[in-house]
Ligand binder design. Structure first.
Ligand code: BG6
Length: 501
């Protein structure tokens, strides 16, 4: 039986009223992602008819100026790239309002309270797109002003702290006002279609599960390569670095979905229970292990797509010197029965030659190879799950090259491109995540113990780097990172997957 394609599935209509309150409502994230994503949801008729969006920020702004700002943002950042639909925009604009307050002072919340009054029974979400030091004070102020009902959800953007201790402090502060079931911790990678497809691939098909273990898999690579630099975020980024900015959250979440046991069901706790087990099984790196199993890098000036780009220390607002890593490669190990002895190589960096995120599962080579014409080392099968761009799944295998004469083998691929197969524009991750907040579905958000287990492992690396004073090795923008990262995998007799899509 043919399954309905996403385009023919009907939108789930939400009829209950909902108020989405966005703190940091004029900030970068709200303008680039959240407001355009809400507009797209409205375009697809997925917002409740009586749904309102209240942006909160410090400065004064008239309702009209705010609507103009949102209109401009939606035009610029709409994922579908189409001009705004006048009818949809008119409906969306009606939903928008703006309230000014000082998030750290509970006595300034009068305007917000007034805006929400009369709708106390309505489900609502407070989306905190602010600096994490405001998470606790905002939660406390919402509680003190009586704005938290059992139907209220609190959405937290990353970074959720900068180490385990600071993350625990945030979790304790918000936990004093909100129950865990009300807290939605965002990792936008979990909202990406291809990341969700990872679970479908593994758990809706029977082909992979028998092979998905140390007996058949040689190693796994997870790469998130970006061409962008740190842009105007030097101040934030320099205090974070690639390990905190990307590995602690996005790469570890992808690793969890790749490595976890099949959950018993799709509800939030069943999925999160399995992810936490993976995080707890990650082998913490002692300083000696970290010296051999990690590589830090920092980009110098170079060129991407033929265009010159500045080095990390030449970016806007940069200081003269910094040991912050903009690239990291790690050889991680998962100490459990399924994965013992199977390395997971993780790498991520800014100013790399391509924007390409993928998971490569390398299977073991055949135990005995009877085709001498190929050479001594036949390439083993590789399953490549392409997260972005050119989303899809590819399976590399050897085939006979047609023709008489000597038997010749050639590596070819079964190739499933999402764009060709489903013929649809892949929606932005925030569309899915915001919709799940409105629907009250927390599966794609991180539970407190997940975040803390991820910090525990990354802290082991951060501490080792500090103890050993590990330098960030220079790499030229437009290259694949420091040569030590190539040595990291080649020492094990393996190579990084080179993208040929
Ligand atoms: C963010 C990081 O969480 O993810 C950024 O803070 C990074 O530094 C971004 O550029 C990458 O997201 P995406 O969706 O573009 O892969």
């Amino acid at each position: 039986m043919e399954m309905p394609s996403p385009s023919t599935q009907r939108a789930t209509l939400i009829t209950e009223p909902f108020d989405m309150v966005v703190f940091g409502g004029r900030g970068d994230l709200a303008r680039r992602k959240l407001l355009p994503a809400l507009y797209e949801l409205d375009r697809d008729n997925r917002l409740p008819p009586d749904g309102r969006i209240i942006a909160v920020s410090r400065g004064e702004m008239s309702a009209e100026d705010f609507r103009n700002l949102v209109e401009e943002s939606c035009r610029e950042f709409s994922t579908k790239g189409a001009p705004l639909n006048p009818e949809v925009w008119a409906r969306f604009a009606q939903r928008l309002s703006y309230v000014s307050l000082d998030a750290s002072k509970k006595e300034t919340y009068g305007g917000l309270t007034a805006a929400l009054q009369g709708r106390m029974a309505v489900a609502r979400g407070f989306y905190l797109a602010t600096a994490p030091n405001l998470f606790g004070p905002i939660a406390a102020s919402l509680g003190a002003n009586g704005l938290v009902t059992p139907e209220t959800r609190l959405v937290l953007e990353k970074p959720l702290g900068h180490d385990l201790a600071s993350s625990q402090a945030i979790n304790a502060a918000v936990g004093a006002v909100f129950a865990e079931r009300q807290i939605y911790r965002i990792d936008h990678y979990l909202g990406k279609e291809t990341v969700q497809n990872l679970m479908v691939l593994r758990f809706a098909n029977s082909l992979f599960e028998p092979l998905w273990n140390r007996t058949h898999i040689d190693h796994v690579q997870i790469t998130v390569a970006e061409t962008v630099g740190v842009g105007g975020r030097w101040g934030y980024y320099d205090g974070a670095g690639a390990l905190r900015d990307m590995v602690q959250n996005h790469l570890l979440q992808v690793l969890c979905l790749t490595a976890m046991e099949p959950p018993i069901a799709l509800d939030a706790d069943s999925v999160r229970d399995e992810k936490v087990k993976v995080l707890k099984s990650l082998n913490p790196l002692t300083s000696q292990e970290a010296a051999n199993a990690t590589v830090r890098g920092q980009y110098r000036a170079g060129a991407i797509d033929g265009q010159p780009v500045p080095g990390y220390l030449e970016e806007t607002d940069a200081r003269d010197s910094s040991n912050c890593e903009t690239y990291v490669a790690i050889r991680a190990e998962i100490d459990n029965w399924r994965w013992a002895g199977v390395p997971f190589y993780l790498r991520t960096g800014k100013r790399l030659p391509l924007r390409a995120s993928e998971i490569v599962v390398q299977f073991k080579a055949p135990p005995h190879f009877i085709y001498p014409t190929y050479g001594a080392m036949p390439p083993a099968n590789r399953l490549i799950m392409r997260l972005q761009p050119n989303e899809g799944v590819r399976f590399q295998m050897l085939n006979k090259k047609p023709g008489p004469g000597e038997l010749r083998l050639q590596q070819t691929a079964l190739n499933l491109s999402f764009a060709d197969t489903f013929g649809t524009v892949i929606p932005d991750a925030y569309e899915r995540l915001l919709l799940d907040v409105i629907r009250g579905r927390p599966t794609l958000f991180m539970r407190v113990d997940e975040v803390e287990a991820a910090w525990r492992w990354t802290d082991s690396i951060l501490e080792s780097w500090q103890q050993l004073n590990v330098p960030a090795r220079p790499y030229t923008a437009g290259s694949w990172g420091p040569s030590a990262a190539i040595a990291l995998i080649e020492r094990d007799g393996r190579t990084w997957h080179e993208d040929d899509a």
